[in-house]
Design a protein around this ligand. Sequence first.
Ligand SMILES: *Cc1c(COP(=O)(O)O)cnc(C)c1O
Length: 226
Amino acid sequence: MLADALRDTLQRLENAANDAGRPCPGLLAVSKLQPAEAVAQLAAAGQRAFGENYVQEAQAKHAALAGVPGLEWHLIGHLQSNKADIAARLFDWVQTVDRIKLVATLARHRPAQLPALNVLIQVNIDDEASKHGCRPEQIDTLADAITAEPRLRLRGLMAIPAPAPDPMQRRQAFQRMKQLFDALTRRYPGLDTLSMGMSDDFPLAVAEGATLVRIGTALFGARPRR
Ligand SMILES: *Cc1c(COP(=O)(O)O)cnc(C)c1O
């Protein structure tokens, strides 16, 4: 069942990329609130990258799936400063770096035996008061701080646009993200990841240049409530 959903989603992703004349983005399977068993099923079907929102839940799932080789764990939920040390040990990627304070803590706690922690800067692209993410003007300062840390590896940007009912509005947010990403890439040519697009809007994000989409519901079905 999950294998079918994975195949369908990968096909839709490929179609969206073909329609847009762009390379096919990577798929991050968002497994928050889903049981470890569901992750194991998707992993058996070939999926490798999984996104989690809550550090404690991710810790438990990580432990439950320790026997499955080659999994890649991304933190996509807001990171509280007092959990940054755990996150630095647990995840392969942290997509939600949005303030200077996190940078030094993540770097300090990244274990020496692990590769550098992959980091995305989360941007509050619609300037929502209730949302996490830095303002676009803060990207350069954060990027400079991250790239100064050998235990961190800056890979690009991430955003969650406002849930606008008007698809054009969301599309414009994706467009602005792509412009910010291109500008940052001119300063740091090694960057390769623009993480945007979820179950209900990923074709728009792909059309605007997403390189990684984060999909939960379309893969796993509706989430149990927290
Ligand atoms: C939950 C979540 C997703 C996945 O959302 P779906 O609509 O279920 O695809 C993607 N990104 C983030 C940051 C999320 O919290």
